[in-house]
Ligand binder design. Structure first.
Ligand SMILES: NC(=O)c1ccc[n+]([C@@H]2O[C@H](COP(=O)([O-])OP(=O)(O)OC[C@H]3O[C@@H](n4cnc5c(N)ncnc54)[C@H](OP(=O)(O)O)[C@@H]3O)[C@@H](O)[C@H]2O)c1
Length: 311
C-alpha cells in the first residue's frame, strides 16, 4: 500500500513508520521539516506548513491511505490562548486541507482522536455508543471537531476511521515525562489517585493503526485503549514497582493546577473507557492487557528502555 503519514516524526508515528516499513508498505511523510523527517525515518518526506500552504500535490500521488497524526502536543505546558489555538488549528485545519487534496486513488482516511472526547469524570464505563452533548470541554471540542472534520471525507465515498487513543505507554508521551520523577523515587498518585487511566502499550496502538489502515471493515470512531484501565493510584504503584522505586509521593490536585492551569485536566480527569468495537466487532487481539506486563516490556529495573526509536 502507498501510505501518507502526517505527524510521523512523533512518538506514535516513528513506531508506526517502522512497522509499516517492515511490512513492505511504501510510506511517504508530510512534516514541518521534510529534510529532518526523511533523515529520521528513512522515507521520502515533503515540507508542509498547514497554516499557510495547501498539501503538496506530489505527496498525494497514488496515495491509497492517509494516516493523520499531526498536532501540537497537549502535554507541553500551559494551555495559553495561543497554544489552545495551535492545538486546535493544527488538527482541524490540517485535516480540512488533507481532505480537500484527497486523490482519486485514496481508499481510507485514518485520523487521530482521543479519549478526551468522553466526559472525563467519575467511574462510568464509556464506549463508542456515547453521544457527545452540546456543551463541551476544551478537550471534548477538539476531539469532536477533529472527528467531524475527518468524517467529511465520507461524502467522497472514502472510508474514515478516528482512533480515540488512550494514554500510550512507551518511550515518549506521558511516561517520558514521569520517568525521571519515578526513577528518583518521588513518583506517586496525582490528586486523589482515584481517576481512571485508559492506557495502551505502544505496540498495540501501532497494531491498531495498521489494522485500521488495511482492513476495510473498520469505519467510524474506534476506542484504542487496553481492556483493563486502572486507577491512577494503581498505575503509580505499578510503575514504581517496575522500576523498583517507592511511589508514595502524592501530587495534590491544587499543585498541579497551579503549575499547569487548565492543562492539569490531562492528569486529573477520569476516563474509564472500553475498547468495545475493537474487541466485539473486529476481534482485535491485544498483545498487552496487563499493566505490569506492559511496563516490564518497556523498562528494565533501572528504568532503562528495553526497546526504543531515537527521537
Ligand atoms: N501519545 C499519546 O498518548 C496520545 C494519546 C491520545 C491522542 N494522541 C494523538 O495522536 C497523535 C499522535 O500522537 P503522538 O504522541 O505521536 O504526538 P507527538 O509525539 O506530539 O507528535 C506529533 C507530530 O505532529 C507534528 N506537530 C507537532 N506540533 C505541530 C504543530 N504545531 N503544527 C503542525 N504539526 C505539528 C510534529 O511532526 P513534524 O515536526 O514532523 O511536523 C510531531 O512530531 C496526536 O495528534 C495526539 O493528539 C496521542
Amino acid at each position: 500500500m502507498n501510505i501518507l503519514i502526517t505527524g510521523a516524526t512523533g512518538f506514535i508515528g516513528r513506531h508506526l513508520v517502522r512497522r509499516l516499513q517492515q511490512e513492505q508498505h511504501a510510506v511517504t511523510v508530510l512534516s514541518r521539516d521534510g529534510t529532518r523527517a526523511s533523515q529520521l525515518l528513512g522515507v521520502p518526506a515533503f515540507d508542509w506548513d498547514y497554516a499557510t500552504q495547501d498539501v503538496p500535490a506530489a505527496a498525494m500521488q497514488d496515495c491509497q491511505v492517509i494516516i493523520n497524526l499531526m498536532g501540537e502536543n497537549l502535554g507541553d505546558g500551559r494551555w495559553t490562548k495561543a497554544r489552545k489555538h495551535e492545538i486546535y488549528a493544527s488538527r482541524i485545519l490540517s485535516t480540512r486541507k488533507l481532505i480537500a487534496a484527497a486523490p482519486e486513488s485514496l481508499q481510507a482516511f485514518v485520523c487521530g482522536s482521543a479519549i478526551g472526547i468522553y466526559p472525563g469524570s467519575g467511574d462510568d464505563l464509556y464506549d463508542e455508543s456515547y453521544t457527545v452533548p452540546g456543551q463541551l470541554s476544551f478537550m471534548q471540542s477538539i476531539c469532536h471537531d477533529w472527528e467531524q472534520e475527518a468524517a467529511r471525507i465520507e461524502s467522497k465515498g472514502i472510508r474514515r476511521v478516528s482512533i480515540r487513543t488512550g494514554v500510550v505507554l512507551g518511550h515518549g508521551g506521558m511516561l517520558q515525562k514521569l520517568l525521571p520523577v519515578f526513577k528518583l523515587g518521588l513518583g506517586g498518585p496525582v490528586g486523589n489517585g482515584q481517576q481512571w487511566l485508559p492506557w495502551i502499550h505502544i505496540d498495540d496502538i501501532v497494531s491498531v493503526y495498521v489494522a485500521v489502515a488495511l482492513d476495510a471493515r473498520y469505519q467510524g470512531p474506534v476506542n484504542a485503549v487496553s481492556p483493563n484501565p486502572v486507577r491512577y493510584r494503581e498505575f503509580a504503584a505499578a510503575f514504581g514497582n517496575a522500576l523498583q522505586r517507592p511511589a508514595f509521593f502524592p501530587t495534590p490536585a491544587f499543585v498541579l493546577k497551579l503549575a499547569l492551569g487548565e492543562a492539569a485536566a490531562l492528569a486529573l480527569n477520569s476516563y474509564r473507557i472500553a475498547p468495545k468495537r475493537l474487541q466485539e466487532e473486529y476481534g482485535f487481539t491485544f498483545k498487552f492487557t496487563d499493566l505490569p506486563a506492559a511496563l516490564a516490556d518497556l523498562f528494565d529495573k533501572t528504568g532503562a528502555a528495553r526497546q526504543d526509536i531515537a527521537p
